[in-house]
Design a protein around this ligand. Sequence first.
Ligand code: NAD
Length: 493
Amino acid sequence: MQNTTADQASLQIAPAKGIFIDNEWRPASSGAAIDVYAPAEGTVFARIAAGNVADIDRAVAAARQAFESGNWGRLTGVERGRLLARLGQLVLDHIDELTLIEARDTSKPMKQARADILACARYFEFYGGAADKFHGETIPFLNGYFVATEREPHGVTGHIIPWNYPAQMFGRSLAPALAMGNATVMKPAEDACLTPLRLCELAAEAGFPEGAINVVPGLGTEAGAALIAHKGVDFLSFTGSPEVGVLVQSEAARNHIGCTLELGGKSPQIVFADVDLDAALPSLVNAIVQNAGQTCSAGARLLVEKGGYDRIVTAVVERFARLRAGTPEMDLDLGALISRRQHERVERFTTRAAADAIPLLAEGGIAEGVPSAGYFVTPKLFGPVPRSNILAREEVFGPVLSVIPFADEADAIVAANGTDFGLIAGVWSQDGKRALRVARKIKGGQVYINAYGAGGGIELPFGGVKKSGHGREKGMAALHDFTTLKTLVVKHD
Ligand code: NAD
């Protein structure tokens, strides 16, 4: 049920709320603010506080206090679970308001923004239910000994999230950490973080004690850098670019703490000639178009068996050409890119493709009437793309799909594993044995057979290998990363 409303007008140049510490908004120490652009409009519509090292210090101190001696650290698993479930319900109660904020802040179609808010709620439901069900074991050992293990929270966990799915990332990163009893400090992305700034208010309303959730908006190079280097943080969770991932891992090493890194990918969809094309086609296209391609698990490489190449590619071309980008309210296939910088990045890739004489097989359109200053690009299908080309190897983070032919099963595996990344993959074939053989040879964290996409799968462990990062989020697996295992050994004889 909706009990709070926000219309477009109330979101016009919203003033910065500040830094969220101990369930209160406090002014940023610097007094500075950052302009927030509505990507579909290309104009400023809100401001966020520019947190800095002093704000991070205060947030970490609040989290430490909550964990060591505040009300948060005293709660049992079942009590924490109830709070998480209550927050999940509050998110659902505010779905219209949150959808509107998320859509305006990121420019994604309303239907996608709504799905993201539902997923955010689901993270709190799922981990609320798990909070009192993740326990240790007893281990048979020598005569005269009793041995048991228990899962302990790290203490203060630091969370840095990107701009592509702010609401989902808030839930994905914080819910498992909180379920296990950690006190958290989040630095959301400066390009889009208005839903996280609303969600932390809802967390206070749900009853989370002071200091359990602290959110410091600000620049990555200031607030983010201060959080990853902070000596008072016991574990780091990062989602974003491989470049910043290296910094996070370096700082974690310097402070002797662990970290999980989710750094994107260049994920393959492997399509054999015997594919059920009608069933596959929506996924083959949607996997690169969802969120305008700004998805870590985007299906950015379409590997197609030569035996079925013409039939399969013709069908993808036909569907691709019909795609349309538009404003959130138009609710089309995709929205604008997040920023001018991201727009320039995607355009650089397509200019380079032209320079490298890669054929442009199909191009979607931009709907009439979108604001001319919005960061829109047309979805583009290129192919055949040589495996050595940048379009076959690097993450574009835009609606650009590369078609790459392969000869047979063995060649498909070589091609699929032929990048520095390893996040997710899809295998499409009606030969179940072959699909399973191929899936098991793929280097990556998730492989789908005759399906694609991690989007809705809160229950499914998710993460990468190689340059895509390490550690697992989602599912019960995330609870491993947000805890440390203690072994208790008792000699009783
Ligand atoms: P980014 O890695 O710079 O930003 C992600 C988060 O890290 C943001 O919250 C940012 O403020 C923070 N950050 C930036 N610099 C930091 C620093 N020095 N120390 C600590 N935190 C820092 O990513 P971006 O520049 O916004 O996007 C660039 C590219 O990264 C994209 O084009 C895409 O290829 C990739 N990316 C991947 C994901 C993903 O989901 N894996 C998300 C966003 C971007």
